[in-house]
Design a protein around this ligand. Sequence first.
Ligand code: ARG
Length: 599
Amino acid sequence: MNQLDNFSYDPAKCSLATSLYAALEKTAGGALPTDIDLLVCFKALEQPPEKTLGDYALPCFRFAKALKKIPNAMAEELKRELDASNNPWIESVILKGAFLNIFTNQKQVAKTLIPLLINGDGFKLLSSNPINNKTKVMIEFSQPNTHKEFHVGHGRNVCLGDSLCRIFSYNGFKVIPVNYIGDEGTHIAKCLWAVEHYKGEQLTEAIVNKAEWLGQRYVEANAKLKEANDETKIIYNTEISTILKAIENKSGKYYESWKITRQYCLEDFDRIYKWLDVHFEHLFYESEVSEASQEIVDEYIAKSLFVEDKGAFGFDMSDKKLGFFMARKSDGSTPYITKDLALAKVKFNDFDIDRSIYVVGSEQIFHFKQLFYALEQMGFEQAKQCYHLSYGLVVRPEGKMSSRAGNTITFLQLINLVVDEINQYLDKYKDEWDKAQMLDTAHKLAVGAIKYGMLQADPNKEIVFDPKEWVSFEGNSGPYLMYSYARTQSILTKAREQGLELSLDHLDLLTHEAERDLMRHLYDFNQTVLYACENYKHSTIANHLFFTCKAYNRFYNEVSVMKAETEDLRGARLALLNAFGNTLKKGLYLLGITPPEKM
Ligand code: ARG
């Protein structure tokens, strides 16, 4: 196997690395030191901070040291060899002290890149990585709690998780998308308690968003508890804990109403997933793992990892600054984190995964630190391959929302705000398009606006949700990107109708600076997706697409496509335009977005 096999997404750099290696061999006048190989040459070629400094920059210090030469002299010799190498990718090599700035040959780029982006093979280069192909990655995301509304944070989570699955698949990993539904716990007992004791409005078929309705009962329960005096509070809490026990013991009338209301919530969640075009391969439930988690506690008490501490069981992690890991409370109940032990065990053993990713809000950073460390101490090898992708809040311009206080907007409300904006925009087409097209376009635009809004920001940063900004057709927004795509398709359709075909025969005519710039962006697409995968940074893809669209708009404004000076040039420009459209569509796909073909 060639050391550069996994880098076929960057043919220019592979070729330059090969020439560089040969140049080094020549200047060394024989065999190179063993620490200089093709891979080192590949990695030495950097992306310069500014494009005026070339497409690749090569600092020569390391090679000078290895070959015992002065850096500037080394650079000079390498320039001479590279100039003489006849490498078709090299346009020019500029000497700057101990650095070389290398400009790639635009004709070679066009000839190689554009056909690959038109026939789609360019989007398969990362997926053939043999190591990734053997690696099973489980990505857990969404994880809403039943009996509560699906809030905007869950919305951000779904967008992140679904896109991550697509990005990992694109990079050749075997991906298993899973969900873990919180269908057990005090919040549910409180909700059912409020329904039982405050027979105001009752849950009927007519209520559309039942999870949301149940979530409001939970808020009511909290309010009741808050206003109760100490004595009443004790009575209330006993009632709530009776309900909790009934659910956990799976018997009695509360268990029956738990089953019904739980099912309602699951159906509500499914509607959201369907609208967002998000799919899971497997669903885990908290209620499924609670029994097994008690068994695990017993197992590790027997193995003396978990020890007693004032009636509770767990172990001390304070040497890692992680406090006490509480596996069983003194009243015998199972904390949330213990269920995670059981869940992780199922993931490792039954699904045989190599890597495990949890997409969960940043308020649970400590939880996952404790969890991963506990798994490691319990002897699970895969504990080291667990990763918590955390993300920040989604806020309204007026500040933080909290479901306890009941001042949230739900994800469904956010969807409605966006859909309203989109419909206002599309109103102008209502006489031109049929109803199906109106609906389909509105849906695609709304999904794209939301997903892009959620993914364009760095996951660690808070997002301020502003519906106007998210649906704007200008600026860094989903609709702007989708519109750019639709425009390419309408140009291509128009060309076809006029009998004008794109052609791959004269790509060497694409020598304009705006064409060069656009091609550079297209060339960097795969590398960007690779980076996003290695660093869990969807936002780099979003922003790369945004700048690619800007480069495209510049190209479209500065050169004429349909009225190009010659037929050959028009064919080549149509090909570049098509390559751009395909790349944008693929990039949007990785963010979970399907743009309309026509707008
Ligand atoms: N349902 C939980 C919550 O809303 C999140 C679950 C996260 N996943 C996990 N394996 N703990 O807080």
